[in-house]
Write a protein that binds this ligand. Structure first.
Ligand code: ADP
Length: 257
């Protein structure tokens, strides 16, 4: 979509906007969003993450930013910068909850209004990539995110699955959703794909392997790669520090360029 800078509002200086979707919760969508953001930042890009996962805004914890006070400037809410070089910016619904244990029990219109505001009122400034971490599934919130972003700019979606059929089945519905609404699928990631023993380095396929890749082939979607279950990754996510980079940088670029 060709829009003037004025139409694009706070996304005027953002070059690419990418949604991260998953069919169900707990498959590592937020972890992969963070991983992709870190891979891009590692490659010298300026990256933003918009966390609209109203069910469980976990990215602030993963990036160890706590619950900072969100400030406003003339052009909107100022995102929180994860590092002093300001190469990774974050805005999360989690910042707006009074208590971190609060559940978001708003009805649809209130959620939709907040998502609309999130999309148009964050002063991102200049970014190479904005990644949007969405709630699991396909809901009104997804439609709202897509509709709001489309007014500005939206490149497409990266889908995250685990190898098991119960997860790939949900992602298959997600693929149908993307096709129905004309959202480009940039690629599919298979997370928790085998477990590499830290002692002997042997890989055990605890769940199964290849379900994500098979689904990608079947649906004609690009396959971005597998990320194994990694205790080190889990611990860095839990503690919000020393995040290891498990996601292949090359796959990120293959998807996005
Ligand atoms: P989702 O966003 O899909 O709900 P999360 O990213 O919050 O899922 O991940 C759920 C849990 O699984 C987190 O505790 C995270 O640390 C863990 N996890 C995700 N991917 C991996 C992985 N590849 N290796 C180890 N732990 C992982």
């Amino acid at each position: 979509m060709d829009l003037s800078d004025a139409d694009q509002g706070s996304l005027a200086e953002v070059k690419h906007v990418i949604l991260v979707l998953s069919g169900k919760g707990g498959v590592g969508k937020s972890t992969m969003t963070t991983e992709i953001a870190l891979a891009l930042r590692h490659a010298g890009k300026k990256v933003g993450i918009l966390d609209v996962d109203l069910c469980g805004p976990s990215i602030p914890r993963m990036l160890c930013v706590g619950r900072p006070e969100v400030h406003q400037c003339d052009s909107g809410w100022v995102p929180v910068y994860v590092d002093s070089s300001k190469s990774l910016a974050l805005m999360s619904i989690g910042f707006l909850l009074e208590n971190p244990d609060d559940a978001v029990v708003w009805r649809g219109p209130k959620k939709t209004a907040l998502i609309g505001q999130f999309v148009s009122d964050v002063a991102w400034g200049e970014l190479d990539y904005l990644l949007v971490d969405t709630p699991p599934g396909t809901s009104d919130e997804h439609l709202s995110v897509v509709e709001n972003l489309r007014k500005h700019k939206l490149d497409g979606a990266i889908l995250v699955t685990t190898p098991q059929a119960v997860s790939t089945g949900d992602v298959r519905r997600e693929i149908t959703f993307c096709k129905k609404i004309g959202l480009r699928i940039l690629g599919l990631v298979e997370n928790m794909s085998g477990f590499v023993c830290p002692h002997c380095s042997e890989c055990s396929n605890i769940f199964s392997k290849g379900g994500g890749e098979d689904l990608a082939k079947l649906t004609g979607s690009p396959f971005l790669g597998c990320v194994p279950l990694d205790p080190q990754l889990s611990s860095s996510v839990e503690n919000g520090k020393d995040f290891i980079q498990a996601f292949p940088e090359s796959a990120t670029f293959a998807a996005i360029n």
